[in-house]
Design a protein around this ligand. Structure first.
Ligand SMILES: Cc1cc2nc3c(=O)[nH]c(=O)nc-3n(C[C@H](O)[C@H](O)[C@H](O)COP(=O)(O)OP(=O)(O)OC[C@H]3O[C@@H](n4cnc5c(N)ncnc54)[C@H](O)[C@@H]3O)c2cc1C
Length: 432
């Protein structure tokens, strides 16, 4: 019997180091350079600070911990990563400083699995070293949740493939050295066999960024999510990652852990909001008493604490199961559940934090509105909640059968009759 809720002392010491380092060294970058995380080339002064912070992370053996030792990581597994990510989730710069930023993490795994030796040298090594950033280009303007609607296609032409079409919300495309692009290569095949994945260097002629879409609050056309036109983009056959028609399988390489990592970071976002909420309600007085003394507000604090504790345990158990089974197909219900809960939790807890701050809560003098928007980022990325709810429901229902007759199996009159018959038989046996 083992049912432990403790972190061993050695790893706890690392978590303590991360906590202090993020608070004292990384969070200050968040306020000084909130928009520059992926910007390339980086401002030389910012780059100097970031490089020195990254070196301190390396010195602690905490660099790119999602990767196995073959790729320069620690191979810590998901549970340790969950405990780390909930600290990193507090800050926008932390992922880059610790070498765990999306979509580079997933793209690195794809290149490690499917890239040629030359591609690994040219793109994977600098990506892992944090020298370049990359882009994952899959969603299209006419629909992201339904790949059946994707039309961006590639045709074989001699030793090359020629890509034509549009992609939407290709994050960091404007700064990326290369793009990993999911493209239809077989118009006749079923959705799961119709797509292939390509490595497209950004400098390839025909890669045109039409607009750099900003999230709400960012300057129009100065954002980090691009509408990209692939206009007769020619790449050599070795830039096909995996086999033709294997695009979905390749995509799974990068999505496997991604959904859980979002949930781990959501714990950090919510903890930070709860910390802000608690500080505020202990500081603000209205109508003769602290906000903390008002019953409604006590409800905000108590509900937030309980919901966060509940969610965190589910995330940690999901991470533990991934490590234990090493088989994502056995953890699909859990992953879907944390994916569904993360945006709801951010909405509730960050929303309450905004509420107790009053007008100040929705200004640019606090980070709460940006944090509130993360619920949608977490909600849309890797598929909207509705789809995950449908998946979870389908998988849960697979474990059940319809009632054998007209009445539910728990129908009391039916059960009473069965129970009476059962005991009548037993009484006969005892009497006999
Ligand atoms: C910050 C951010 C970064 C992103 N980065 C990338 C990136 O780097 N690369 C990339 O390729 N994409 C990226 N995306 C896009 C993301 O993958 C898509 O937003 C997502 O797949 C949803 O697609 P959509 O936005 O077209 O919404 P739609 O597919 O149009 O869905 C809209 C809404 O319809 C409902 N809905 C959809 N399907 C169903 C269903 N089956 N049943 C019931 N309701 C449904 C849901 O409410 C859903 O939110 C990013 C998105 C965000 C917000």
């Amino acid at each position: 019997m083992s049912w432990e809720f403790e972190t061993d002392a050695e790893f706890q010491a690392k978590l303590d180091w991360i906590e202090t380092f993020v608070r004292e060294e990384v969070e200050p970058l968040d306020v000084l350079h909130p928009r520059d995380v992926y910007k390339r080339p980086m401002d030389p002064d910012v780059a100097k600070v970031v490089r020195s912070l990254q070196q301190r992370v390396r010195d602690q053996d905490l660099w790119a911990c999602h990767l196995g030792p073959d790729l320069g990581g620690q191979g810590y597994g998901q549970l340790k990563l969950a405990l780390m990510n909930e600290i990193l989730g507090r800050s926008h710069w932390a992922a880059l400083v610790f070498g765990t930023q999306a979509p580079d993490t997933g793209n690195a795994e794809v290149l490690a699995h499917y890239g040629t030796a030359e591609q690994k040298e040219r793109y994977l090594r600098p990506l892992l070293d944090g020298e370049i950033v990359s882009c994952y280009s899959m969603t299209e303007p006419q629909g992201g949740s339904d790949p059946g609607q994707f039309t961006c296609g590639a045709v074989r032409d001699g030793d090359d493939w020629v890509i034509n079409g549009w992609k939407f919300f290709s994050s960091h495309a404007r700064w990326a050295e290369f793009l990993v692009v999911m493209v239809r290569t077989d118009p006749e095949a079923s959705v799961h066999n119709a797509f292939s994945m390509f490595l497209v260097p950004s400098a390839t002629p025909g890669v045109r960024i039409e607009r750099n879409i900003g999230l709400y609050g960012e300057t129009e056309d100065e954002g980090g999510h691009s509408l990209v036109h692939y206009d007769n983009v020619r790449v050599p056959a070795e830039n096909l990652l995996g086999e033709p028609g294997q695009g979905f399988a390749v995509a799974q390489t990068r999505l496997g852990g991604g959904r859980v990592h979002h949930a781990m970071r959501a714990v950090g976002v919510c903890q930070r909001a709860l910390d802000m909420m608690c500080e505020r309600v202990l500081s603000r007085t209205t109508r003769g008493s602290l906000l903390a003394d008002k019953q409604y507000v006590q409800g905000y604090v108590a509900d937030s604490w309980a919901e966060l504790a509940q969610f965190r345990l589910l995330v940690l158990r999901t991470a533990w199961k991934i490590d234990r089974y090493n088989d994502y197909s056995r953890v699909r219900e859990d992953i879907a559940a944390v994916k569904i809960l993360a945006p709801r939790l951010i909405q509730d807890i960050v929303g309450r934090a905004i509420q107790v701050h009053g007008a100040l809560g929705i200004t640019t003098e606090l980070d709460l509105v940006r944090m509130f928007l993360i619920q949608f980022v977490t909600g849309f990325s890797d598929g909207p909640s509705e789809i995950h709810k449908a998946t979870l429901s389908r998988r849960v229902l697979k474990q059940y059968k319809p009632a054998p007759g007209l009445w539910p199996t728990q129908h009391i009159p039916t059960r009473r009759a069965e129970a009476a018959a059962h005991f009548a038989e037993r009484l006969k046996e005892v009497d006999g």
